[in-house]
Design a protein around this ligand. Sequence first.
Ligand code: BDP
Length: 656
Amino acid sequence: EDGSQLWLRYQSAIHYKAKVTSKEKSPAITIAIRELENSWQGQPIEFNLDKKQKHLKDGYQIKGNNDKITITAQKDVGLLYSAYHLLRLQLTETDRTNLNLEEIPAYDVRILNHWDNLNRTIERGYAGYSLWKWDELPNTLSPRYDAYARANASIGINATVLNNVNATPEILTGAYLAKVKALADVFRPYGVKVYLAVNFSSPKELGGLSDSDPLNPEVSKWWSSKVKEIYSLIPDFGGFLVKANSEGLPGPQDYGRTHADGANMLADALKPYGGIVMWRAFVYNPSNEDRAKQAYSEFTPLDGQFRDNVIIQIKNGPVDFQPREPFSPLFGALRDTQEMVEFQITQEYLGFSNHLVYLSPMFKETLDSDTYSDGEGSTIAKITDGTLRPNKVTAISAVANIGEDTNWCGHHFAQANWYAFGRLAWNHQLTSEQIADEWIKMTFSDNKDFVNPVKDMMLSSRETAVDYMMPLGLHHIFAFGHHYGPEPWGDVPGARPDWMPWYYHNADSTGLGFDRTTSGSNAVSQYFPPLNNIYNDIALCPENLLLWFHHVPWDYRMKDGKTLWDELCYKYDSGVQQVRAYQKLWDRMEPFVDEQRFREVQSKLRIQARDAVWWKDACLLYFQTFSKRPVPYDIERPVHELEDLKKIKLDMKHHN
Ligand code: BDP
């Protein structure tokens, strides 16, 4: 067992071939039949395509008793999804004799964003090189393209952006489009549509135009003909993802135009073919305005100006995929503009593929957050899935953690995060526990002596990581560039202040944290009432966001009676203790796990345990130079010298 099969470890039914009948034929139906014939060990199945049942969208109905199962979908891909549903029931030992269910996906577009470069490196990728072998495409097709599409289909993911948001114009050359087409052809039977990230300067860089001004008719003509070329190769092409005027990338503001001008010009080019533009709200500049406020300031004045095939893609938090952030205040604030969430599955800020961190609780925390935009109950899930707003198209995205590694994601448990994103994109009402339960049973074993402890470990793991990295609302105190280890002291001369840890933690002799109250940066005012008041009031602010919104005195009394300083120490220590407990727990699981995966996870947990101590010592010893208070005497003493920790320079270079 090397993890290459992911959660798709179906036993093939050697002496038994399931009977599956379908009047209709299509490539997706052929795959569905093959999957069931190979692995289903139950009643005969009848597929039924009913194009009138529009309400099902990509979904399906399954009805069945002991003798027979009938499945209805309005699209062939719905039948494919239903096959994976049945196989999931089988692998998780769920009753299959009395079935009466209807599944309709929450979002239309359930999309992975690959930050893959054309030279096959992956920005923030920790599972080897890119799956896409651009140099061999379009002629040679790696078998992993098919396996990738199948894995996505098995959890309902129906879209993928192949290349990095920091996009190079080359992706739109004829040579690359032929490669993209080859991938799209492999993915199509699995219902996975291809999208591309585009560089806003492509008309100038690639087309030789004098500029890429969205209001220049030559520029929109260039895009229209490029889009036409794409659709002639890939008739079901999904559309564009755009990072513009962000972190040095070009965009409409280079020509004095707005994000709306830029997005709409591309949207108009895609419109005749049904394509969409996912325009990212991740924009900020080194300025006097708090970075956490900038996306809101930039986009709220543009509300209502975007075409109906534009969706604003918003990271879950206002800064950047930190272990914990409040939700981005843009959710709900754009009333006449479609919005979607961008999550990060790849663990850029969560220990790469070395730390075991199950992200479903973090995804749910965002989706279930109440923005109060339309009164109580205006959750981000309801805003983005069309329940509260009449969206033309709904979508949800996440930055993939997939690479060329045999086990796809670097850490065996990181597969659970790909799985969880797909399941939540399909149904955001599933609980993190349900998802973990399914995943563990499918990926490892359904023995309850394994499932229960491992599930507990997974469910607590995100909070554990927050505790040993950045508890109580601390954020962005990572080492410059690679974002792996701690560097709260970090200060690179001449670099942007908004990339420096001190910008975020503001440690001084009086206390710690970023004052975003009405007397500070006033970021609190970007939230709807009552949240603005709750966040603004140190007594009401949730403690897990305290240092995000407040600069708090070292002796401030927390709810449990401890001082801020002591609480901080106990949090870091508890993170370390938890990882130690995971190590013990995992070792006890040895009898239930194959040798290879057992050893690999064991060795990753050792790294995580060492890193947790590194984080704790670095942060406590550094913050202690300001607090000047002792580490409470009942917790483990630091084992490093601060000066030694400051010398650690990892060989992982990056621009910010
Ligand atoms: C940050 C990453 C950077 C990305 C950027 C983005 O550090 O590599 O390019 O976000 O999302 O998280 O555009």
